[in-house]
Design a protein around this ligand. Structure first.
Ligand code: MG
Length: 372
């Protein structure tokens, strides 16, 4: 094709200006590198949080910020005591990070590879950086991540609300308190059969809402698991999380094959590398940003699980609205969501994704949708 000399001049001018603009941006970014900062923070729980073998009233977290071009991206590492990371280990990991070699916060893939290569593990610390980078880069583009990912926020599911282990009377009272505000409840089992059944009966005596059951690796044999699942199915349970110990995959596969309810991996799945190995063993996976290293890995896990024909659940720890808003960006992809973490604390220092009558309502603000 012959290009008219005048059009050719415009083309050269535009391409030339594009190149100059690119180099000016790179120079600007080099002169104004991303600045990472962080502080420890302690979440106060509204109620004592009890699971089968422990209880607590606080959760330590580390809040991160990445500053660039006058914008701030926010992130968070949640550090429940049953996991190996602490505020000290997160600080130690964050001190090693040098983001000045990256020109652009949107180079999320390259920055992830750099972070992941610094040291093994430290997944919550990596998530705290990855979430802040997503928030920052979304703000620089001017769009929320659910939109950048092509997801419809109207498709965000209901979140479960966890009824903690307690006496029958307290369980009934707590269930009555929340039953009209939520559409699905979550129960953590894993004590004796009588105690587990007593917990479900207590809820059923005051509410007919569907129940999501987290067995927390508590059942020991295929027969025991299937008996409980059959009974729970009759009682209106809709899914089971981690029925047996995390490495007991052969037995879990047998449970999944015979179960009336979908079986989700939680402790058996940590990151992206685990997903493909769990096809045929579990019906689905519970993705948590603190386990997998943040939003980019979670996005990849959710898409891989869907490609493999597996179901997706998005879960959380006790977290502020920062990490909950980050996880909620993915939630339109999920079959189940357990994003009640910020509702369980009394000192949330962010406002973002809200839970309205049990439904996850993702903010339309850019990045992860936080209002500072
Ligand atoms: Mg679980």
């Amino acid at each position: 094709m012959i290009i008219h000399p005048f059009l050719m001049k415009i083309k050269i001018y535009r391409e030339g200006w594009g190149m100059i603009n690119y180099y000016l941006c790179a120079l600007f970014n080099r002169m104004h590198p991303m600045k990472l900062s962080w502080k420890p923070y302690t979440l106060q729980l509204k109620h004592i949080f009890a699971i089968a073998n422990s209880s607590r009233t606080e959760t330590p977290v580390v809040l991160t910020q990445i500053e660039h071009e006058g914008m701030i991206g926010y992130g968070e590492a949640s550090l429940p005591p049953y996991l190996p990371e602490t505020q000290q280990s997160v600080s130690h990991f964050l001190e090693k990070i040098n983001l000045s070699t990256f020109n652009d916060p949107l180079q999320l893939e390259e920055i992830w590879e750099y972070l992941d290569g610094l040291e093994e593990g430290n997944m919550a610390a990596k998530a705290a950086v990855d979430i802040a980078l997503h928030d920052l880069s979304g703000k620089l583009i001017g769009q929320p991540w659910h939109r950048l990912w092509g997801l419809n926020p109207e498709k965000a599911p209901d979140t479960t609300y966890t009824i903690g282990i307690d006496t029958v009377e307290v369980v009934k009272e707590k269930t009555r308190e929340v039953a009209s505000d939520f559409n699905i409840l979550k129960v953590k089992l894993g004590r004796s059969e009588a105690e587990d059944k007593g917990m479900i009966e207590a809820i059923r005596s005051v509410s007919s809402l569907p129940i999501s059951v987290d067995a927390n690796q508590g059942w020991q044999t295929v027969g025991q698991a299937l008996d409980m699942i059959g009974w729970l199915h009759e009682k209106g349970a809709v899914m089971i999380e981690q029925p047996m110990p995390k490495h007991d995959l052969e037995n879990i596969a047998q449970v999944t094959a015979q179960s009336q309810l979908p079986i989700f991996a939680d402790e058996s799945v940590q990151g992206l590398a685990d997903v493909a190995n769990l096809k045929g063993i579990f019906s689905g996976i519970n993705i948590k940003l603190m386990k997998c290293g943040g939003m980019r890995q979670a996005w990849k896990m959710a898409n891989l699980a869907k490609c493999l024909g597996m179901k997706v659940m998005i879960g959380c720890m006790t977290e502020t609205s920062c990490a909950i808003s980050a996880a909620s960006q993915l939630s339109p992809l999920a079959d189940f969501a357990d994003l009640d973490g910020a509702l369980l604390i009394s000192n949330d220092c962010f406002s973002g994704t809200k839970i309205k009558r049990g439904k996850i309502c993702i903010s339309n603000q850019a990045g992860i949708g936080l209002e500072a």
